[in-house]
Design a protein around this ligand. Structure first.
Ligand SMILES: [Fe+2]
Length: 473
């Protein structure tokens, strides 16, 4: 049975194709249309997906009528109707949070787990707790709109001058530069416990006057702290009511890598699918219809550029220029570049940050992430777990040796790599380690500023022309 999963009419449209539990393809609409956070499916994406087979079923990630009723309740219908369809192929819809839960649980290594979904809003659900046992997922607890972890974080993202639903990760980065105590008490009053918030954050924060630029950083720090406290409360509650020791965490909130690290204090094992936000829900809807665990191998399931991993070319570039751009094989499904659409760089010199920033043209305070050989990860970073999808920020143990991948607060958002997970990238790191004694490289996404990650060969040509810089491929 071939199932085409679809999510659209919300930020980050995507499509996924599975066959008898095998994931054949999953890709983001934005990487084809070049419209960041594109809301809609496009023909090129579907063409790419359908080359792997013709679907027997379409699975949709939301209940459109239920969503329409909530939009109407808020005072306007907006765009709720899914546009994509293939005639004569039966179509089934699953609820927003159930699609998130399915994306997480059915790709996880667990047969017994609690599944927590936290986002801004689905149809009405904002925070849900599910029990996953064998092939079944059952709802245990729900919290509805307007109390919402995601809306709380997004409203403050907007308050500090960033784009809500898109730039939460930038505010998370700003937190390290602020004094969390200055506004902690005030921010805590906005979200004093997991069931209570001051008002509906969907309308933004409307009773706060910003004073200085530094205030923005102090607010970011306080918001991150309050978020981490409430997240801890919610996860403790989830563990208590289910008695489970394995956690599957999904929804846009699972992209907060600073807070995610705290989960290891509560649960013995944690799985966050590398695309936990709405973009991951096309795979979630397909998995929900399949109703069993998928054969999860890796996040490299998008557009295929083909080719062998250019190990020697990357090493040569790193030695010569300290920076190597790489685009090869299948694109990552998820927001992080994990080696196939990446800029890799020598992390030992802090000046390299400026060099990469010249290409990326991003805010100077934003940290770059390291990729490290899994076998040496705990010598360089304070972690006793792996992080193959760059989902946890942990303390760097040797910051003087790799200053360009350490954030202001001494943490790094680590990607660990072993030979099974990505043989090519593992080889690059192994060769780099022999040459330098450092099993770490800087890894950031390969994109033209303001655009999504590079996807196809046309993007490579465009990038090389724009930056006058060769890509290893
Ligand atoms: Fe969501």
């Amino acid at each position: 049975m071939i199932i085409l999963g679809i999510n659209e009419t919300s930020h980050d449209a995507s499509a996924s194709l599975i066959k008898d539990g095998k994931i054949l393809f999953a890709g983001h609409a934005e990487r084809y249309s070049k419209q960041k956070n594109d809301w809609y499916i496009n023909d090129s994406l579907i063409e790419d997906a359908l080359q792997y087979g013709k679907p027997d079923h379409i699975a949709y990630y939301e209940k459109p009528l239920l969503k329409a009723s909530r939009l109407a309740f808020r005072g306007g219908l907006g765009d709720w109707k899914p546009r994509f369809n293939i005639e004569k192929i039966p179509r089934k819809s699953f609820s927003h949070h159930y699609s998130h839960a399915s994306a997480g649980y059915y790709t996880s290594p667990f047969n017994d787990a609690v599944i927590v979904v936290l986002d801004s809003i689905g149809e009405y659900n904002t925070s849900t707790i599910w029990i996953g046992e064998k092939n079944n997922i059952k709802l245990k607890y729900k919290q509805n709109y307007p109390v919402s972890f995601g809306l709380f974080y997004s409203a403050f993202t907007q308050l500090v001058g960033l784009m809500p639903n898109q730039e939460e990760y930038i505010m998370m980065g700003m937190a390290a530069y602020g004094d969390s105590e200055k506004y902690f008490k005030k921010v805590n009053e906005y979200f004093p416990n997991i069931k209570k918030q001051k008002y509906n954050f969907h309308n933004g924060i409307n009773d706060w006057d910003l004073v200085t630029e530094q205030d923005k950083f102090d607010i970011a720090a306080a918001v991150q702290k309050v978020y981490e406290l409430r997240l801890t409360d919610f996860m403790t509650h989830a563990k208590k009511i289910t008695g489970k020791n394995n956690l599957v965490f999904m929804g846009g909130c699972a992209l907060n890598c600073s807070a995610n690290t705290l989960l290891w204090n509560i649960f013995s094992d944690v799985w966050i699918m590398p695309n936990p936000g709405d973009a991951g829900s096309s795979l979630g809807a397909a998995a929900a219809l399949y109703g069993k665990h998928l054969d999860w191998q890796s996040p490299y399931i998008g557009h295929d550029l083909g080719g062998e991993y250019p190990v020697e070319q990357i090493i040569t570039e790193l030695i010569k220029n300290k920076i190597a751009a790489v685009a090869t094989g299948k694109a990552e499904y998820g927001p992080r570049a994990l080696g196939n659409r990446s800029i890799l760089a020598d992390p030992r010199n802090s000046n390299i940050k400026n060099e990469v920033n010249k290409i990326k043209k991003r805010e100077l305070f934003r940290p770059f992430a390291p990729v490290v050989l899994e076998e040496y990860a705990n010598k360089w970073f304070d972690m006793d777990f792996t992080s193959p999808y760059m989902q946890y920020a942990v303390k760097c143990l040797q910051p003087d040796k790799i200053p360009s991948v350490v954030h202001k607060d001494g943490t790094s958002r680590v990607q660990t790599v072993n030979a099974k997970q990505h043989p090519g990238l593992h080889q690059v790191l192994s060769n780099w380690y022999v040459l330098t004694g450092v099993p770490v490289l800087l890894n950031t996404s390969l994109n033209i500023k303001g655009q999504p990650l590079l996807n196809d060969s046309n993007d490579i040509i465009e990038w090389e022309k724009t930056y006058n810089f060769n890509i290893c491929k």
